[in-house]
Design a protein around this ligand. Structure first.
Ligand SMILES: *[C@@H]1O[C@H](CO)[C@@H](O)[C@H](O)[C@H]1NC(C)=O
Length: 290
């Protein structure tokens, strides 16, 4: 009899305490997906640009570069004449995509991006790597699309998150030449001449910049024009996550059956009056195996 009571009291205590014990453990384990708002600053509202200091740890940056390098090796082929490894013409460093949730580190970075942007993971494309060496740059361009075909899988690229994986000695800034009030951004001599022509973000290892290519009403924002300034000294490694308006994970069935972005947001695909300023339209989606 006594034991039965003891057992009952013990069970009750255990059931009551379990949630508290669990929440204690949850709080004490640093969640790598945690979004720390104190590290975010607003750089511009027109377009919307935000900087997150130390978004990635040193280790995460190095891990991503390691993954990128191993992808790069995959893309080298044996030259039949010399027997040497040569870089394949088909796959260059600019088209390297990771798998989604490729490993637990990638998965936690993807969760953190989602926590920061408040946009679901399924809207995100696979993380892409870009490597810039001295003199390499990316001319001013928009991340939103011109072609309806590019929008079949999830619609427009709503937001872009660029994660800087390496420090660059000189140059390589991300610059927004049309950002409102960019002239008042204080810049010392450590900025390149290119960076002095707009709102500039220096590539700092671990930092991430988030900007929106569409306005809140999903209409393309011409002020989101951006460029990667030429690298003057050093190497620049970035990982980019583009986030669509809709799900990128659900592969559309025949186009006729699909409700395209044009149906939902008719204004959003009207050609923008600034489109002639586009030097290079991003074609990376086509490089990806759909
Ligand atoms: C958030 O970031 C700030 C600045 O780096 C740091 O001092 C603080 O400890 C961080 N908070 C948490 C809960 O990690």
């Amino acid at each position: 009899m006594q034991y039965r009571w003891l057992f009952l009291i013990f069970s009750l205590a255990a059931v009551t305490a379990t949630p508290f014990v669990l929440s204690h453990f949850r709080n004490s384990i640093a969640d790598p997906a945690f979004f720390n708002s104190t590290r975010v600053t607003i750089l511009s509202w027109k377009p919307r640009v935000f900087l997150y200091k130390n978004f990635l740890s040193e280790e995460e940056c190095d891990h991503l570069i390691k993954l990128a390098k191993s992808k790069l090796e995959e893309s080298t082929v044996i030259d039949p004449d010399s027997g040497n490894n040569v870089k394949s013409e088909v796959r260059t460093s600019s088209g390297m995509f990771l798998d989604k949730r490729q490993d637990h580190i990638v998965a936690s970075i993807e969760r953190r991006i989602s926590g920061w942007t408040f946009l679901p993971q399924e809207n995100g494309e696979n993380i892409q790597f870009l490597q810039y060496e001295a003199t390499q740059k990316y001319e001013p361009h928009f991340d939103y699309f011109y072609d309806e075909k590019d929008q079949l899988r999830g619609g427009h690229r709503y937001a872009t998150v660029i994660m800087y994986l390496s420090d660059v000695k000189e140059g390589g800034e991300t610059v927004f030449p049309k950002a409102e009030g960019w002239k008042s951004q204080p810049k010392d001599e450590t900025f390149s001449d290119c960076a002095k022509k707009g709102l500039a973000v220096k590539p700092v290892k671990g930092d991430a910049v988030l900007f929106y290519n569409l306005k809140p009403d999903a209409v393309p924002d011409p002020l989101s024009l951006h460029a990667s300034c030429p690298v003057i000294q050093g190497k620049k490694w970035v990982a980019t996550k583009w986030i669509r308006l809709g799900s990128f994970d659900s592969i559309p069935s025949p186009p006729s059956a699909v409700e395209t972005a044009a149906d939902i947001y008719p204004e959003s695909i009207t050609e923008d009056e600034n489109s002639e300023t586009v030097a290079s339209v991003d074609e990376s989606v086509e490089e990806q195996e759909l």
